[in-house]
Design a protein around this ligand. Structure first.
Ligand SMILES: [Zn+2]
Length: 208
């Protein structure tokens, strides 16, 4: 038996050598391939997101009412929220910012416009669509943000069918039509503007 093994020793050693070399080869290939995986930076299919910071609407407290009539130069939202210029008249404002007649426990955080049913509502800034859908209080609502500022357009009868979250739209884009959806006692547009400090009075922005 030992003699047979001794006779075949060169063959066995040869086989072991071949197996060892193959193993080294496989390991080397694994090392190389894993090295390629680690060092490669495949190009991203999507460019980096636009620098928009969607902020949740501030709480419905009255502390923002100190800003009634104030305007901040960094606020990009300006002009009337409708393309019907015949309605660009403060006579159509049916509820002002922080109107004390609004509620017993909170204040009105935006402006209400008594526009007619079906009046076009337009974007008041170049902005990103954050939401376009149903909101418990504001009904059919569009939320736009630009930089650190956001604006909501509420109670719409219908939303523009092609609006989608993440979409960038330009000022003047039709968002939908005035209606009475959500918590609304009559046909009107609710429009508010806020940033992380809270709600801001949209009235000073209308003429800009
Ligand atoms: Zn309102």
């Amino acid at each position: 038996m030992a003699t047979v093994l001794l006779k075949r020793l060169p063959i066995i050693i040869g086989l072991l050598l071949i197996l060892t070399l193959c193993g080294v080869g496989v390991l080397t290939q694994l090392d190389v391939s894993s090295g390629i995986t680690d060092n490669s930076n495949p190009p991203s299919e999507n460019p980096p997101a636009v620098a928009v910071t969607p902020i949740n609407p501030p709480s419905y407290s009255s502390d923002y009412c100190v800003r009634t009539g104030d305007w901040d130069p960094t606020n990009p939202f300006s002009g009337w929220p409708t393309d019907n210029t015949a309605l660009h008249n403060s006579a159509f404002i049916t509820m002002f910012f922080c109107d004390s007649t609004y509620g017993q426990t909170w204040e009105h955080e935006g402006l209400d416009f008594g526009f007619y049913l079906g009046t076009n509502v337009i974007a008041t800034a170049d902005a990103e669509v954050i939401q376009a859908g149903f909101h418990t209080l504001l009904g059919n609502m569009v939320l736009l943000c630009s930089g650190s500022w956001c604006a909501r357009y509420g109670h719409l009868d219908s939303l523009a069918p092609d609006l989608a979250p993440g979409q960038t739209i330009s000022k003047g884009t039709i968002l939908g039509q005035v209606g009475q959806t959500g918590n609304a006692f009559g046909v009107h547009l609710h429009y508010d503007i806020y940033n992380e400090e809270g709600f801001w009075d949209p009235f000073p922005t209308l003429g800009r």
